[in-house]
Ligand binder design. Sequence first.
Ligand SMILES: O=C(O)CCC(=O)C(=O)O
Ligand SMILES: [Fe+2]
Length: 238
Amino acid sequence: MPRQQFRHIPGLFLDTDYFALDQCSRLVLQSLALYERLEAAVGGADGSLETAHIPQPAYVRSAEHNLKSEEHFARVALTEESQRTIRCEYFPRYGEDGHALAYFQRNANLPDFVARDLVPGVHGLVASEGFVPPDQELVWKLTMNFYQRVNGKVAGFPFHVDIPANGVVTMIINVQREVLFQIAKGDAVTDIPLPVGALLLLSGESRYVWKHRVLPADAPASGGAGAIERVSLVLGFQ
Ligand SMILES: O=C(O)CCC(=O)C(=O)O
Ligand SMILES: [Fe+2]
């Protein structure tokens, strides 16, 4: 991994070109197809959404006055190849307008394309980097983030710490659009631009103590309201 480290941010690693552009395009198409299936499954049925409490450390909550701890989700079952049923929690609006999130827990619930095209390489990476022994079986968690155009911008993700259930190590795979990622502890904020194809790995202090966010990005001139303008895939393991 031709990785970058950040001397003052323990546990953070960046590979700016983990995936080639054609691999990213494929992952975007596969993610968008899945998004259509999630939306079709919930069918605008706000009434049937359940409530989840998303724990955040007190220092994140007090700094982000508008941060809600309650989010609404639907349990969605999807049929993959070979009639395999996978289940996820789908949050049609996670925190802010224009952000939808699907959360897949455990290997048996990973979408086919993620299990086939993403996890083996990422498993190899974390093993070769010494985060896990080579033969250790890992339990994977996947968050798919879908960001829409809102008021001329591509929606972002406000400051947060990834919830413990996401895994001991979390990795953001940026597949569609360059964005500005920021990571902060106290008042010290570090800007990290993520190009398409980047993999950013958060472990240790950077994962559990520092908070991070993705800023809204400039939206392209063309493009309809409601279109997904950015997808990110976040993998974690336990
Ligand atoms: O969309 C991104 O790049 C960041 C996503 C993120 O921080 C998360 O899913 O926890
Ligand atoms: Fe995050």
